[in-house]
Write a protein that binds this ligand. Structure first.
Ligand code: 1GP
Length: 252
């Protein structure tokens, strides 16, 4: 398996990638089978697992359970070193480049190395940018950093580009889980224009319209967590509206 290469191949074929984010802190064990059946039947191409605050070991246990239910690649999207798990397929090795807290730029990453040495995870270095969305987010609170001002698009583009020049393999534009406003089209478009590497967008996407807007502005992979957690029918709703778009006008 080479997750990153598969992403590049999918992008070159103009495929739209969708990651379902599962937060071990919010997912109830008894809900896993039903949730996973819906997820497997959906358009999801990846599963991300992680959260801002997760009890020790919970991530590893949850990933082992998810593996029983799916063949989709599982990537850790860690809020902390304690969320690393040898049972995942890969790791988004995040550096919070929008902030100026050394712990989240390089400190946690150094702490992670002894643990990563014992694991066989595919590691994908990812420049993580938190963008202001209208309310304080968990990422902001936990990392004690400020998000980038959404009106200063040039600063966002320059930050993403700096991360690419540092050798990051992906850029993740994050509005924050449950964000009021997702990262807007203008920002996604401007960042995409400057990048050669894949662009991930997440936070606050809860409708098919917002999902499409993200792809159309240049997102290669969209991450959705809360909308699926709160309404499992959303898996179907996305599919249904895509099928509807494929019908000819007469059939509609
Ligand atoms: C959060 O980008 C992800 O880190 C997903 O956000 O829960 O709002 O979908 P939502």
């Amino acid at each position: 398996k080479n997750l990153y290469q598969d992403v590049l191949t999918a992008i070159s074929r103009k495929e739209r990638l969708l990651a379902v984010l599962i937060d071990p802190d919010k997912m109830k064990w008894e809900k896993v089978p039903d949730f996973m059946i819906k997820l497997n039947a959906s358009l999801a191409t990846h599963i991300f697992v992680g959260g801002s605050t997760v009890e020790e070991n919970q991530t590893d246990l949850l990933i082992q359970e998810l593996k029983r239910w799916t063949n989709l690649p599982i990537l850790i999207f860690p809020g902390d070193v304690s969320q690393l798990s040898s049972h995942a397929d890969g790791l988004l090795f995040l550096s919070l480049v929008s902030g100026r807290n050394p712990d989240y730029l390089i400190g946690k990453q150094v702490e992670a190395v002894p643990v990563l040495r014992t694991m066989q995870l595919e590691i994908i270095p990812t420049g993580y940018l938190l963008i202001e969305n209208g309310k304080e987010t968990a990422v902001q609170r936990v990392t004690n950093t400020q998000p980038l001002n959404r009106l200063n698009i040039q600063a966002i583009v320059d930050t993403a580009k700096a991360a690419e020049l540092l050798g990051m393999k992906c850029i993740y534009l994050e509005a924050g889980s449950g964000a009021i406003d997702p990262v807007n089209s203008e920002i996604i478009h401007a960042v995409k224009q400057e990048l050669q590497i894949p662009l991930i967008v997440g936070g606050g996407i809860k409708s098919k319209k917002q999902l499409d807007a993200a792809y159309e502005s240049g997102a290669d992979l969209v991450v959705i967590g809360t909308a699926f957690e709160e309404n499992e029918l959303f898996f179907e709703e996305i599919k249904a509206s895509i099928e509807f778009e494929h019908l000819s006008n007469e059939e509609k």
